[in-house]
Write a protein that binds this ligand. Sequence first.
Ligand SMILES: *Cc1c(COP(=O)(O)O)cnc(C)c1O
Length: 365
Amino acid sequence: MRPVPKKGILDIEAYVPGKSQAPEGVTLHKLSSNESALGSSPAARAAAAAAVERLELYPDGQAGALKTAISERYGLNPRNIVCGNGSDELLTLLAQAYLDDGDEGIHTAHGFLLHRTAILATGASAVCVPETDARIDVDAILAAVTERTKLVFIANPGNPTGTYIPFDEVRRLQEGLPKSVVLVIDAAYAEYVRRNDYEAGIELVSCAQNVVMTRTFSKIHGLAALRVGWMYAPDTIVDAVERIRGPFNINTIAIAAATAAIADRAHVETAVTHNLGWLESLTADLSALGLRVTPSVTNFVLVHFPAEGGRTAAAADAFLTARGFILRRVAGYGFPDALRLTVGSDEANRGVVAALADFMGGAAR
Ligand SMILES: *Cc1c(COP(=O)(O)O)cnc(C)c1O
């Protein structure tokens, strides 16, 4: 006899983290985890350093300063914000609060791996809905809803696709769902999107009772190491999550750094501008090499390899790694022939294009 995990746990595939090791003597460019190319705001680092002076005190369990900063930035009622240890924690808590054994949670084929994990960890069934052209398919999601569906996760924009659906489509999804189903919009890359028809979710949360938007400080704000995320939700959903959240789920250093980061609008703008320029030129340069690039609105691109002439994603991965460029294999996300490339520094971006040109020119061309 030995302990057996509850239903669902052993159906979860253990997370395979990206590599981050380059061969000896080669400069490492980690372009595998969608981390910020420009790092965090100097103000955030100064605030973190100052917070280190009082490590004996418990954190503010309400993260009041951070909620105030977020609510001022976006014009929200702080009562409708919950902060989390990364948005990962909030996604997990939402699944825990709304899913039970026998229920169904929906996620999309290329949304975000954690959505499936969060659903299965509750004992509920995870229903994977296909996407169309690597984009969320609202009709497919609505067709998958049954009377057992309690929660739907979408990532908008998606990861690893980098694609998005416009506000009209998200609203059509919300309107088509039963009012008892929670729609969670994971908007981890919202700050990068510069499209008039995109809306991260704030508007929908404000006028519906069953919608939640999650956001993160890990991407545009460059604070992945500190693990800070937040969600914006109606009162009843905030109430449910507050009951199961750890009372000190985000630490003092993280609260201080994130509060300073969101106030540094100039740093965010610089990061967005850097990203937009490179997103465009990386897409154009890689396409010119004969690679197919899924059009992205985020800080990464999904690059598809032709496979003929031995130019597979696996071969490209080995080739690039030997030169210090670490990209993300995405076979586990349903793209065996692609790599995900994060927009990096100027030097890293130029270097990876040159290396891919060698790779594409080398073998059969
Ligand atoms: C990176 C990412 C997150 C962020 O998770 P954190 O726990 O806040 O670091 C959430 N959703 C998606 C789709 C992501 O790519």
